[in-house]
Design a protein around this ligand. Structure first.
Ligand SMILES: [Zn+2]
Ligand SMILES: [Zn+2]
Length: 347
């Protein structure tokens, strides 16, 4: 079968190849992949900035149809079912994290698409415990964004506990920023301010407003401090959701949170350490919450919200390309064009 691989260690070394299909083990299912989304992580794997074990098939944001079921799962899964799946391959199942329902941060995890063969391929064979049914009526294009939608659910609902939050600042308007707009709206936020740069305006800012943002601020042209204070009665926001990973945005964001407010950290920064106005966090008694990836519980949250949010989520898919045109998709991502780009394995 055709597959997009990281073929060797180092920068680059990404190419289409022909690889053998793998039959499922007793507790595995084999999936005919429909779509797999290109994620920022894929660019980092290409640039060798994210841990990877080549040769490995890339891709982790997938949806598809079950075509073969391991013998131990014959009563659980059936050929023809439409599914999405977590990428927590290799999680041990026995450490305190796995036993607490947090395999996404198990130290033994060898994630799909970077350390275990992933889904930029015609077929994918994975452990059955990672797979979830796609709700009826949810189109493929929406199911394909379940993984980032689950991350946003984990960050805002489970980790951030932002139910009932009134005024929110979201920095960054790529996939995680825009999905945070959707979740903030679901959680009842009345003021949703989205900040970004020339890269985000006008396309992504327009989308952010369609999805529920009440205000967008291009920090290269407008004053974010003034905009936030004007809209919060001079207090600052109740919660700041940091999705940009930009050191400048992070330094700028801290003083925009009201005293006793919450900070939800989603965007990974390139450098290991960055300057942060530390004392302000103490003086203002801010709550900081770090987030990474998506435990199984957040997939249940995402899937239960997907039918209702289907029209909004569909807007996030800005291009669908056949697998052969992966380079075009990667280049669009690198230029910050559009939001979510899917590769179609059945095209
Ligand atoms: Zn991803
Ligand atoms: Zn574990």
């Amino acid at each position: 079968m055709k597959a997009l691989m990281k073929t060797a260690a180092g920068k680059g070394h990404v190419a289409l190849g022909e690889v053998p299909e793998r039959a499922p083990g007793p507790a595995e299912v084999r999936i005919a992949v429909k779509y797999c989304g290109i994620c920022g992580t894929d660019l980092h794997i290409e640039a060798d900035e994210f841990p990877n074990d080549p040769p490995v098939i890339m891709g982790h944001e997938y949806c598809g149809t079950i075509v073969e079921v391991g013998e131990a799962l014959a009563d659980v899964w059936h050929v023809g079912e439409r599914v999405v799946g977590e990428l927590h391959t290799g999680a041990c199942g026995t450490c305190f994290l796995c036993r607490a329902g947090q395999p996404h941060i198990c130290p033994h995890k060898r994630a799909l698409g970077s350390r275990t063969d992933g889904a930029f391929a015609e077929y994918l064979t994975v452990p059955g415990w990672l797979v979830h049914r796609i709700p009826d009526g949810v189109p493929w294009e929406v199911a394909a964004v379940t993984e980032p939608f689950a991350i946003a659910a984990h960050c805002l609902v489970e980790r951030g506990a932002l139910e009932g939050v009134q005024r929110v600042l979201i920095s960054g308007s790529a996939t995680m920023g825009l999905m945070s707009v959707i979740w903030a709206g679901r959680l009842g936020a009345e003021e949703i301010i989205v900040s970004g740069t020339d890269l985000d305006a006008p396309e992504r800012f327009g989308l952010a407003r369609e999805l529920g943002a009440t205000c967008t601020v291009n920090v290269q042209r407008e004053g974010l401090l003034q905009a936030v204070m004007e809209r919060t009665g001079g207090q600052g926001v109740d919660a700041w959701i940091e999705c940009s990973g930009s050191p400048a945005a992070i330094a700028q964001g801290v003083p925009l949170v009201k005293r006793t407010g919450k900070v939800v950290l989603i965007g990974l920064v390139g450098a290991e350490t960055i300057p942060v106005p530390w004392n302000t966090i103490l003086y203002h008694e801010l709550d900081l919450v770090g987030c990474f990836s998506s435990p199984p519980s957040s997939w249940a949250l995402a899937l239960s919200a997907e039918a209702a949010e289907s029209p909004k989520l569909r807007r996030l898919v800005t291009a669908i390309l056949p697998l052969e045109r992966w380079q075009e998709g990667f280049a669009m991502m690198r230029r910050g064009e559009g939001v979510k780009i899917l590769l179609d394995m059945s095209a």
